[in-house]
Design a protein around this ligand. Structure first.
Ligand code: FES
Length: 250
């Protein structure tokens, strides 16, 4: 990563996580770009899932003094729905930042570049790799059993929650559970896609208690863990309302 002070930042985005960040190939490409553009800082960010969120990367750029931020999608082909999500998240971030926000520019999709056909041509004419039956199987003895957790905590990392505190909540929850010696067999934490009540972001649900929390920001996590996950008492003032399904009411 480029550690010098840069006024111009480029954030390369990916719709979901692929591990901790976009693929190694993206990072390798960024290293080349850093050499070509030593006055520009490059970062990767994801719309949802684990890894640096788009708003987190925008915050980092702003904190470092960036005056211009260019956001470019690492997707080779434009997905209009995902593109709309990125625009919405960035628009939200600009509104929240107000007048101290740097200028944020959106790069055109990679498929709009004139040499896109050349990229495809290079891919299909490069030496191919045969698909094999010796790749890792989809099953393993390690995945035979459902863990013995007492509670399953669902932390929303959909696009809106990811833009409004979800990553910080997920990180605070990891720290809080580790600090109390609670592992997967006590509390299983799963980061999810959108769970629907986006206006209540960041959203967290606890099962089998069937308890949903609204606006469970990182600063509320310690109390949530101590009262709900350790003592078994739900924090009623942070509850999110849940519609009751006709099946449950029957
Ligand atoms: S993004 Fe979290 S509920 Fe929709």
């Amino acid at each position: 990563m480029n550690m010098i002070q840069c006024n111009r930042w480029v954030i390369v985005t990916s719709p979901t996580d692929r591990g901790d960040d976009p693929r190694d190939q993206v990072r390798a490409a960024l290293r080349i770009l850093e050499e070509r553009h030593p006055d520009t800082a490059f970062r990767t960010a994801v719309l949802g899932g684990s890894g640096t969120s788009v708003t987190g990367a925008l915050d980092e750029a702003t904190a470092s003094g960036a005056t211009e931020i260019v956001v470019v999608s690492a997707q080779t082909v434009l997905d209009r729905k995902i593109d709309a999500w990125f625009r919405r998240v960035i628009g939200h971030w600009l509104r929240e930042r107000g007048t101290d926000a740097p200028e944020v520019l959106l790069a055109p999709p990679l498929s709009d570049t004139a040499n896109y056909a050349d990229l495809l041509d290079a891919a299909i004419t490069a030496p191919p790799t045969p698909a094999r039956t010796t790749t890792a199987p989809l099953t393993s003895p390690a995945w035979d059993e459902v863990p013995g957790f007492a509670r399953h905590v669902l932390v929303c990392r959909g696009p809106r929650c990811s833009a409004r505190g979800g990553p910080e909540t997920a990180e605070a929850l990891d720290y809080a559970l580790e600090a109390r010696g609670l592992g997967d067999d006590d509390v299983l934490v799963t980061q999810t896609g959108c769970m629907f009540p986006c206006s209540q972001a960041p959203v967290v649900a606890v099962y089998p208690d069937d308890t949903w929390y609204a606006s469970l920001t990182a600063d509320r996590v310690d109390r949530f863990v101590d009262e709900h996950l350790v003592d078994g008492r739900t924090v009623t003032e942070w509850h999110g309302d849940r519609r009751r399904s006709a099946i449950l009411e029957a």
